[in-house]
Each structure stands twice: as structure tokens, then as C-alpha cells.
Design a binder for this molecule. Structure first.
Ligand SMILES: [Zn+2]
Length: 103
């Protein structure tokens, strides 16, 4: 999975197609992510004592990582991501369009 927490991504599929947001959580095992402001769902909840208000809560839901592309901070385009190794052995991501290292 080439998307991580705090990445800026562009949604390319689904009802929020075309929107941008910051990755709040990434779950590599299930290949799902939560993005700020993307894929709001409405939850209907009943009041539970004084803690929870009754009503409709809007909340972000997970989306498949295949529905987004990483936005390159340098060329500001949805980036096709490649991997390379630095001289110190670290594996980093880079933008195939402008060659900028993303990590
Ligand atoms: Zn780039």
C-alpha cells in the first residue's frame, strides 16, 4: 500500500470523486483509509443518558485505498508512485512525474 497517514490524496472513484483530503488513518491490512471530509455517512443514534445526544451524526467512513491517488506536493498532481532505495538503505516513495521523493 503506497498511501500513509497524513498524505494528501485525490479521490478518483466513488461519490466523492474529484475531492481532495488528508489521510486521517491508514489500515494497510485491509487496504482501507479514512480521509478528512471524504465519504461522510449519516449515523442515526438514540440518546444514551446524558452522554450521547439523539439525532443524526455525520462521520467519515473508510474507503478502499484504490479509490484515491496520492497528490504530489511538488507538482501538485495525482502521482503515480514509485519506490527507490536511498544510499542509507531507506526505502522511499517518489513521484514518477517530477521525480520528487515524497517521504
Ligand atoms: Zn510530482
Amino acid at each position: 500500500m503506497n498511501i500513509r497517514k497524513n498524505d494528501m490524496v485525490l479521490v478518483i472513484a466513488g461519490k466523492d470523486r474529484g475531492k481532495k483530503g488528508k489521510v486521517r488513518f491508514a489500515y494497510p491490512k485491509t487496504e482501507r483509509i479514512m480521509v478528512e471530509g471524504i465519504n461522510f455517512i449519516k449515523k442515526h443514534s438514540k440518546a444514551r443518558g446524558a452522554v450521547r445526544q439523539a439525532g443524526i451524526i455525520e462521520q467519515e467512513a473508510l474507503i478502499p485505498v484504490s479509490n484515491v491517488m496520492l497528490l504530489c506536493s511538488k507538482c501538485n498532481k495525482p502521482a503515480r508512485v514509485g519506490f527507490r532505495f536511498l544510499s542509507d538503505g531507506r526505502k522511499v516513495r517518489f513521484c514518477r512525474a517530477c521525480d520528487e521523493v515524497i517521504d
